[in-house]
Design a protein around this ligand. Structure first.
Ligand code: SF4
Length: 438
């Protein structure tokens, strides 16, 4: 017998699709089929069913082999590590729920740790720009119903956020835009002819690293003022044409990704993109929104900001929160050898950090909390497998437009397996005792 669980949230990318249906066995133990999700989202659900899944914590031995230990022993090991460390780094948080993030921050305060999330290597520059000049933004619902001018700058949703275009930005029937994409104009800015760029009305193939120059040229073109013949590899006629298309819409949106946040100029690119959005509002209504990657990286920024005052790269070493990205961010801390323990949760720095940082993680006392076997779990001394959030556990998450959504539990985790939050509570309680905190 099967049952269908409806209104399921996909815990993969920042689009946080909330219309999935999952067929599961009646006893809630096994997923049979996933409906409505894209191929990446489907894989996330089905991966939780893998027969070779690790279901108990594993401690690395001196010879590199692993010894299975209990969750109690794993919590004790983690608490001891955090208590002994002078400056531990707690990194990740973007693939877990807000409740676990909040609990992890209690541990960070007790251990006087540095706390950082994956924004440090993706949209951290966006957060700096937003602190500089603010963000004229909207919700994805408004985009769906109103936007007739869409810009994708330095992002490729066709691959990274596969249902973004069908649910919100290009193809859905909107209240004011009507059916399909014929009333929406698409401008893509990308050095590569991506699958998203192939669908564009105008593809501006910007010279890599010259996004700032092109954004600046847009501000000039919007006013109809003089431009040199070519800017950032784009003939001026094409820039004027794109600017006219954007001005002539009734409601527009600039979605931007790591192609512009992590290329030359970094947060200054985003300053300028926000300034373009502001300028466009002299002619029509325009918004801007970062394309967030991990499904709850936005939530991590929110929780960190309301608990510590800053959205990432927080240093609690002195007993109060300090924030200085480029100094207190994970890669800088690891590269300088400033931290003496590594705690990873809900992310995979082993796959994304520079080699010298990954090597450093392998040398430090380290714990990795993750349902998967990852490059990070492979170099960490202790790997704690947990339930898949959004599949085997519920909890709050924030979509890329800052809308909080409650994830659903669809099936039971393997017997005896803990959730992120449950494991973190065990560590927090032990650490409190070690530190003599009531
Ligand atoms: S677009 Fe993102 S959130 Fe939606 S189903 Fe695909 S991976 Fe999941």
């Amino acid at each position: 017998m099967t049952k269908i669980v409806t209104d399921v949230i996909c815990p993969f990318c920042g689009t946080l699709c909330d219309d999935l249906e999952v067929a599961a066995t009646d006893d809630g133990k096994k997923i049979i089929e996933v409906y409505n999700a894209c191929v990446i989202g489907t894989e996330k659900f089905l991966h939780s069913q893998a027969s070779d899944r690790v279901t108990r914590p594993r401690l690395m031995q001196a010879d590199g082999s692993y010894k299975e230990i209990s969750y109690d022993e794993a919590a004790e090991y983690t608490a001891q590590m955090m208590a002994k460390a002078k400056k531990p780094l707690m990194y990740g948080w973007s693939s877990t729920n807000c409740e676990a993030q909040s609990m992890g921050h209690e541990i960070a305060e007790l251990a006087k740790a540095c706390v950082d999330n994956t924004a440090a290597v993706c949209h951290g520059t966006t957060l700096i720009a937003v602190q500089d000049i603010g963000l004229p933004t909207c919700t994805l619902g408004e985009v769906k119903n109103r936007a007739d001018r869409i810009v994708f700058w330095g992002c490729n949703p066709a691959h990274a956020h596969p249902r973004h275009m069908s649910r919100y930005s290009i193809f859905p029937r909107g209240f004011f835009t009507g059916k399909g994409h014929k009333n929406r104009k698409l401008v893509v800015v990308d050095p590569r002819p991506t699958d998203t760029a192939k669908m564009a009305d105008i593809h501006l193939q910007v010279t890599q690293g010259q996004d700032y120059e092109l954004l600046n040229a847009f501000r000039v073109a919007l006013k109809g003022e003089w431009l040199p013949d070519v800017v950032a590899g784009i003939p001026k006629e094409k820039i004027y044409e794109a600017a006219d298309i954007l001005k002539s819409g009734r409601f527009g949106i600039i979605f931007f990704g790591m192609g512009v946040t992590q290329s030359l100029g970094k947060n200054h690119n985003i300053d300028e993109a926000i300034a373009v959005t502001k300028d466009l509002n002299d002619y029509t209504k325009f918004s801007i929104m970062p394309m967030r990657g991990h499904y709850n990286v936005t939530g991590s920024g929110e929780v960190m900001a309301w608990q510590f005052g800053y959205p990432y790269s927080v240093d609690l070493t002195r007993g109060f929160a300090r924030y200085n990205p480029g100094d207190t961010s994970s890669i800088d801390l690891l590269s300088r050898g400033d931290v003496d323990a590594m705690f990873t949760i809900g992310s995979d720095p082993g796959a994304h950090f520079p080699f010298n940082c990954v090597k450093k993680i392998s040398e430090l006392p380290s714990v990795c909390i993750d349902p998967h076997l990852t490059p990070t779990s492979g170099v960490s001394k202790l790997h704690v497998p947990v339930a898949f959030n959004g599949v085997e556990a519920g909890g709050s998450c924030y979509r890329m437009d800052n809308v909080p959504i409650d994830c659903r539990k669809v099936v039971e985790p393997p017997e005896g397996m803990l959730t992120d939050e449950q494991f973190l509570i065990m560590v927090r309680d032990r650490l409190k005792k070690m530190k003599g905190v009531a």
